[in-house]
Design a binder for this molecule. Structure first.
Ligand code: NAD
Ligand code: DAU
Length: 346
């Protein structure tokens, strides 16, 4: 493998993956193919912008002609697909783009990989395809039970990718990662939202009672997992990527406030997310058997991440304007009102 097309590489995990791969493999060329939606950001790729083995193409994974043209132009042999609409709350407000990018997009990539005889299509999936698990851990063969439009669309896209292995013998692999955090994460997701709000002494909107549990994986550990499956994974197989670092949302909010020296009174309970999954947890034994294990523990990873946001206001402050503020009002104003109404009723 030498010429990788990293779709969605201008997003959070994709950009961490691109930096990891350029540093790790001196003979790989990386071409990022990204639509640059609100979540895509060339500043995420600033550290590699002048790298001689990196190129950028702006394009939509649903645009078959654009995908094929990039593959031919750069003699691509491998696609790693990070491109997706990724925010659960936006999928509840407006599912349309999720169905298109997360289901039709992987189909377009499968067709291109099949027709142009690529060596590999690696698809990034999520723990959310399994749905909630109050106790225990899901294994790869467990049944899908997605509960949000985001998760359902991701499940559809992943199942299409796996079907291309069974039907056409397309060389595919899949990773299903848990909740990921780190530098360059768009400040709509809980951790960067909490950190950047706390820096500005703004409330941290906590859904419900904050008791929901997520396993927290650092973006670089997620990137290393994809690297391992690309090189050592079995074709046609999916691999869980778990950190085994489970924390409730309220615990994460408190840790962030402690790290920033801010008061817990900034935590503001708001109306819960519909169909809020109580806990996700995966068994990553299959991936660990390939030699991967997370290297960054949550305490250190969160402290480093908080410091990154403190030191890189140039990166996130411009994002919290325009469309973001419109989304923020839609997402949170009504939630606060609902909660206030509930309190008044009781
Ligand atoms: P992100 O929202 O930060 O980035 C998504 C990127 O995809 C952006 O650069 C965006 O411009 C691009 N994109 C969106 N639609 C596109 C299209 N139609 N064509 C081309 N590019 C398009 O997302 P992320 O958090 O980095 O997630 C990356 C992948 O990892 C996604 O597939 C997501 O489902 C999966 N995942 C994320 C997490 C997490 O906690 N963040 C965990 C497990 C799996
Ligand atoms: O688990 C993998 C998934 O992790 C990925 O597939 C998704 O792309 C990614 O967005 C993430 O989904 P979550 O819904 O778990 O992440 P989010 O940061 O949106 O929320 C984390 C938890 O925090 C969740 O239980 C909801 C809660 N939350 C979130 C926000 C945005 C709040 O309490 N308040 C908030 O304002």
């Amino acid at each position: 493998m030498r010429n990788l097309l990293v779709t969605g590489g201008a997003g959070f995990i994709g950009a961490n993956f691109v930096q990891h791969m350029l540093q790790t493999y001196p003979d790989y060329r990386i071409v990022v193919f990204d639509k640059l939606t609100y979540a895509g950001n060339l500043n995420n790729l600033k550290p590699v912008a002048d790298h001689p083995r990196y190129a950028f193409v702006q394009g939509d994974i649903c645009d078959a002609a654009a995908v094929r043209s990039a593959i031919k132009q750069y003699d691509i042999d491998t696609i790693v697909n990070f491109a997706a609409e990724t925010h659960v709350d936006r999928s509840i407000l407006d599912p349309d783009a999720f169905v298109r990018t997360n289901v039709y997009g992987p189909y377009v990539l499968c067709e291109a990989a099949k027709d142009l005889r690529l060596e590999r299509l690696h698809h990034i999936s999520t723990d959310e395809v399994y749905g909630p698990i109050p106790s225990g851990r899901f294994r790869e063969e467990d049944r899908f039970n997605p509960t949000s439009p985001y998760a359902a669309a991701k499940a559809g896209g992943e199942l299409l990718v796996l079907s291309y292995f069974r039907t056409y013998n397309l060389p595919v692999t899949v990773t299903r990662g848990v909740n990921t955090y780190g530098p360059y994460q768009y400040p709509e997701k809980a951790i960067p939202l909490f950190v950047t709000n706390a820096i500005d002494d703004q409330p941290l909107p906590l859904y419900g009672d904050g008791s929901q549990v997520r396993d927290r994986l650092h973006a670089l550990d997620h990137a290393r997992a994809v690297d391992v499956v690309l090189h050592r994974g079995t074709l046609g197989e999916a691999y869980n990527v778990a950190a085994d670092m489970e924390h409730t949302n309220i615990d994460v909010a408190r840790r962030i406030l402690r790290l920033l020296g801010k008061p817990e009174t900034l935590i503001q309970p708001v109306a819960d997310r519909p169909a809020h999954d109580v806990r996700y947890a995966l068994d990553a034994g299959k991936l660990r058997a390939l030699g991967w294990q997370p290297q960054i523990d949550f305490e250190q990873g969160l402290a480093d991440t908080v410091r990154w946001y403190v030191e890189n206001e140039w990166w996130w402050r411009p994002l919290k304007s325009g469309e973001y503020l419109e989304y923020y009002r839609r997402q949170y104003l009504e939630r606060e009102r609902t909660l206030a109404a509930e309190v008044l009723k009781s």
